[in-house]
Each structure stands twice: as C-alpha cells, then as structure tokens.
Design a binder for this molecule. Structure first.
Ligand SMILES: Nc1ncnc2c1ncn2[C@@H]1O[C@H](COP(=O)(O)OP(=O)(O)O)[C@@H](O)[C@H]1O
Ligand SMILES: [Mg+2]
Length: 325
C-alpha cells in the first residue's frame, strides 16, 4: 500500500488540571489515550463517538495545536511537532481543518475574498490579479459566486459561511482536510448540501478526509471506513459495510441501535439504556476496558484487563474481550 496521508501511532494527549492555591494539580485527564489509525489518499475515515470522547482533541493534535505526551503523528510522511513552528507551517500546507461553527471560524472584519486568499497571500503564492482569479475559482468550486469575494461574512447564511470556510481550507490544496462536526451547527435543511459538496470536492481533488461527528447517521453518508472512539480510545475500526452490517463492539452496537433508523422500538430502548448509563470521567477511567461500566456483556476480565485493538478475519479491528470474529 502507498504511504498513508495521515498516520497516527499510539498517540496520547493528556490534560492536567492546573491546581490552585494550596491545591495539588489533579490527575491527568486522558483525552486521547493510545490511538492508532491511518487515512489513505482519497479516503474518508469517519471518527465517531459521544461528546467528550476526545475527537476534537485528536483532530487538534493532528494539526499540532495540542502537544502529544506519547506516540507520533505524521501527515504526508512528515512528523507533526507541536513545538516546532517550521513543522507546523509545513503541516498547514498539507492538512487543514473545517470547524463546526462557521460563524466562529471567520473574522467578521475580513471580506470573504481576503479570508479565502489569506493562506495564499501569507505564503507569497499569489498576489494581485492571480490571487483574485484563484479566490474566484475557489468560490465557484464551493458553489458560491465569484463576486461574493467583496462581501463580508454577515451577509451570508450558515450554510454559505461553511462553504466559505471550506473554500479557505482548500486554498493551499491540502492532501487532508479534517472536518470536525462540519454540519452539526447548520440547519438540517442544508446539511445534505454541504455533505454533497464535500463528496464532490473530494472526487475532483483526490484529497482525504478525517470526518469527525458524534452522529453515525451523518458519517454514514460520507465515510469509507469508520473509527469508533470511546473515552480516548478506538474501540472499533471497520469499513462502512462491515461496521454497519456486523458491528462487533457492544458500544458500536449501542450507537447503531440508538441512531434514528427504522429499528424495532424495543431494541432502540435497550440501546438508549446502555448509553444512558453514566459516562465515566476521562480523568478517572475505570480499570480494564473503559466501557465495562456500561457494557451489557462485561465479565471479570473486562474489569481487569484493557482489551487490545485486534484485527479480525474481515479486516475489522475490534478492542473487546468478547467480540466474535
Ligand atoms: N484544553 C483542554 N483542557 C482540559 N481539558 C480538555 C481540553 N480540551 C478538551 N478537554 C477534555 O478532554 C476530553 C475530550 O474533549 P474533546 O476532544 O473536546 O471531545 P469531543 O470532541 O469528542 O467532544 C473532555 O473530557 C474535555 O473536557
Ligand atoms: Mg468535538
């Protein structure tokens, strides 16, 4: 296989509470704890899990925005080093992020054209008429008009603003775009349009996506493979067909059953009960499998030993002592 666009190996990000006057710093909060995954050229890897499981922290670590306490991350073969400005600059050329809320991602005082052209201008890649042409091309690529460049973000709807953010992310022709809940803040009516745009852009450019969402039904529309995260760890990675057809991890099964799909009412209720069980704190993980406190099939070994992410016959990787092959 060719070199992956993104390679995450045993990555860990811990946050330490500051501690106060006469108070010791608290235990480390293990937001990301030993994550290994990769994304190939042209591929979309979905990353799903409940709010607080560490998805955004992992996304930030990939861009070098938070430091690793362990493991390595490489983008297009280059190691991400959060403490090295030159490394970070290089990474920005290959990897960009689209955040959840376009209103917070755009400077209200910057015209749309200035915002989209900024990465090109800062790097001295285009100026004058060439820069204007490039911005116009980016605007049309995301379904806006070239003459929108002179307007300001407030003149646009939420969906249009997210298109502007996407155009800016594409300016440097990155090989990887990390989409962190890119449609969660948008009206339901425009979500499908933005997802379709992302699919079209990928077909035209061959770039890869790491597509982060708490919502499996959104990931379902866009991902080739899906990684399921629980309390800082990956519990299952599989292709779309295998994950939805034969989910192995009890947590994945619960997420699927709880998703708004036409499933038998009783099964859904059961899944909801599992997911309603209290989510342990990432600062105080239970011993063994982190899911054991909510898991319907947990046994003694689950409360003792953390299961490893193991490859199964059909290529799926599952971290569960009791998952079948
Ligand atoms: N800067 C930070 N300082 C301390 N704790 C943080 C920080 N950012 C995130 N966390 C904690 O790390 C965990 C993972 O958060 P996050 O990555 O935002 O999850 P997700 O994106 O899956 O909702 C949560 O417990 C969150 O409170
Ligand atoms: Mg998040």
């Amino acid at each position: 296989m060719s070199q992956p666009v993104l390679s995450v190996e045993n990555a860990a990000v811990h946050f330490r509470s500051r501690g106060g006057f006469l108070r010791k710093a608290g235990p480390a909060l293990k937001a990301v704890d030993g994550v290994t995954l990769s994304v190939q050229a042209g591929e979309t890897l979905g990353l799903v899990g409940e709010s607080g499981c560490g998805k955004s922290t992992l996304a930030n670590a990939i861009l070098g925005l938070v430091p690793l306490v362990g493991g390595t991350i490489t983008v297009a073969g280059r190691e991400v080093r959060s403490d090295d400005a030159e490394s970070l600059r290089a990474i920005r050329g290959d990897a960009q992020m689209v955040f959840q809320d376009p209103a917070l991602s755009l400077n209200p005082r910057l015209s749309v054209g200035a915002a989209i052209g900024e990465p090109l201008q800062v790097r001295g890649l285009a100026k004058g008429a060439a820069l204007r042409d490039r911005v116009a091309a980016l605007l049309t690529a995301v379904g806006l008009e070239a003459d929108h460049a002179s307007r300001f973000p407030h003149a646009f709807s939420g969906g249009q603003r997210q298109r502007i953010v996407i155009a800016r992310a594409l300016a440097l022709q990155p090989r990887l775009v990390i989409c962190d809940e890119p449609v969660s803040a948008l009206d339901v009516s425009v979500r499908a349009q933005i997802l379709n745009l992302l699919v079209d852009l990928q077909r035209d450019t061959g770039m890869s996506y790491l597509f982060v969402s708490h919502d499996l039904s959104v990931v379902r529309h866009i991902a080739d493979r899906v990684a399921v995260m629980y309390l800082g760890r990956i519990v299952e990675i599989a292709t779309m067909a295998v994950l939805f057809g034969k989910p192995r991890h009890p947590y994945t099964q619960a997420l699927l059953l709880a998703a708004p799909e036409p499933d038998p009412v009783r099964q859904r209720a059961k899944a909801r009960r599992i997911l309603e069980g209290e989510l342990p704190s990432a600062a105080n993980l239970p011993p063994g499998c982190a899911f054991n406190t909510r898991c319907p099939i947990a046994t003694d070994i689950c409360r003792k030993d953390a299961p490893l992410l193991v490859a199964r016959k059909d290529g799926a990787m599952v971290a569960c002592h009791h998952a079948e092959d």
